[in-house]
Ligand binder design. Structure first.
Ligand code: UD1
Length: 430
């Protein structure tokens, strides 16, 4: 089993290129099956979740031609089956986007229920409510979610909770429903806008993505397109906090600074300097950081996917910080691991109380999920001594070449798969 082994203490310095947004790419790839024409998608991140989704799409007859590591050509004219029972699909969350896409195009979908990170109960009732409002019958049988409609029609849908997944999924199905759909209380995340832009580039008629009301006039046919996925704001934010926690100086390139505003605001609050350019941000942390309070919220609020990264950074800041998680109930599992490294942390319900310590020290820790795993790597980079991070398969789901990118910034990090390799690293790093 692969692990990261990390010798902490080096400030991260240099430039790093951010990959395409995983969560946007999942919605876009699924939506691409809605045309029989060939679609080119660029700036895909080469990460496990994306590759699993592409394999699942191949398993139902989508022709996937990989042009480069980051570009694919897709043709879905020969889809022979609307039943997606590719076993690995259970491991990813974004598999549920195939339901909206297949239902929109073929009026029928059978997809294994989604998995993904264990960060809370993660219901899909709002997705189902939306599909039903569009005229589908939805049942769950033998681990599959089955949606069927004689015909899909427009509807007026109010989402009880702001949900990224439900917004994208319902919008995707409605793009090919007959008539007019209004979705209210939508998620406004950049990846919702990116999927809407992608669908519009195929001939859909979607307005209002990025606001809390999306209006969709259904079309009968979608056509070919070429599209480039937006940069990953969570990967970017992760490197911004890695710079902050290690007292570094990092230029994070290929980003849309507007998407990073909540992260930038918190970094400024805790004492970093942040400089914005057209498609880059530079984070400099010259002195010891100070505490702050933060609450996760839907976009444009502070993202739940950036909560562990700020949590580990605050573990080294002067003073006491309060971090409130309002989206997923199970996102503080990394706190126990951080405590092993000497952090002073206490979790009460959906709140973590973090009193900054002068130093963290290396330990053996396990990545409890994707973002928390990346955050523990940040903690390790800032800690004294050697840390081993286990279960990095979670991190590999969403970060392309995390270790390679960190090494290019001066980090001492190695991916190892056995004791011998780990020992070699320890001998080399002294
Ligand atoms: C997506 C992201 C995930 C991110 C999250 C919030 C993907 C693949 N994953 O997850 O990285 O952490 O957005 O930004 O894009 N909810 C319901 N019923 C539903 C759907 C959601 O009650 O049918 C609740 C959830 O339990 C949660 C909240 O709504 O409390 C937000 O979840 P949602 O935005 O749907 O998250 P995901 O789309 O699963």
């Amino acid at each position: 089993m692969e692990q990261y082994i990390i010798k902490g203490g080096n400030p991260l310095v240099g430039e790093v290129e951010i990959s395409g947004a995983k969560n946007a790419a999942l919605g876009i790839l699924a939506a691409a099956i809605m045309t029989d024409d060939t679609v080119l998608i660029e700036n895909l991140p080469d990460v496990r979740d994306i590759n699993v989704l592409l394999e699942a799409m191949e398993s139902i007859g989508v022709r996937v031609e990989r042009l480069t590591r980051h570009a694919v050509m897709l043709n879905s004219a020969q889809i022979g089956d609307v039943r997606v029972d590719y076993e690995h699909i259970k491991r990813i969350r974004g598999s549920y986007y195939l339901i909206g896409a297949l239902l929109g195009k073929y009026k029928r979908a059978e997809v294994l229920l989604p998995g993904g990170c264990n960060i809370g109960s993660r219901p899909i009732d709002l997705h189902i409510k939306g599909f039903k409002a569009l005229g589908a019958k939805v049942t769950i049988r033998n681990g599959f979610i089955i949606a069927k409609a004689d015909h899909l029609h427009g509807s007026h849908i109010f989402l009880d909770t702001v949900s990224v997944g439900a917004t994208i999924n319902i919008m995707t199905a409605a793009a090919m429903a007959e008539g007019y759909t209004i979705i209210e209380n939508c998620a406004r995340e950049p990846h919702v806008v990116d999927v809407a832009n992608f669908l519009n580039s195929m001939g859909a008629n979607i307005k209002g993505a990025g606001t809390d009301v999306i209006r969709i006039r259904g079309v009968q046919r979608l056509h070919r397109t070429e599209y480039s996925v937006i940069p990953d704001q969570i990967e970017a934010g992760t490197f911004m906090f890695a710079a902050a926690a290690t007292k570094g100086d990092v230029m994070v390139k290929n980003v849309i600074p507007k998407h990073l505003e909540a992260t930038t605001a918190k970094l400024l609050e805790i004492g970093c300097e942040v400089e914005e350019f057209d498609s880059a941000v530079r984070v400099v942390a010259a002195k010891r950081l100070c505490s702050t309070n933060v609450k996760t919220l839907p976009y444009p609020g502070y993202p739940t996917d950036m909560q562990p990264q700020i949590g580990v950074t605050l573990a080294l800041a002067r003073g006491t910080s309060i971090v409130t998680e309002s989206i997923f109930e199970n996102r503080f599992k990394y706190m126990d691991e951080l405590a092993r490294m000497g952090a002073d942390v206490r979790v009460e319900g959906n709140t973590a109380i973090i009193t900054g310590v002068e130093k963290l020290s290396g330990a053996c820790v396990s990545a409890p999920d994707l973002r928390a795993g990346a955050a523990l790597v940040i903690a390790a980079l800032a800690a004294e001594g050697v840390t081993v991070v286990d279960d990095i398969v979670y991190i590999q789901r969403g970060y392309e070449e995390f270790d390679v990118k960190l090494r290019s910034l001066g980090a001492e990090i190695e991916k190892v798969s056995n004791e011998k390799e780990a020992l070699k690293f320890r001998l080399r790093c002294g």
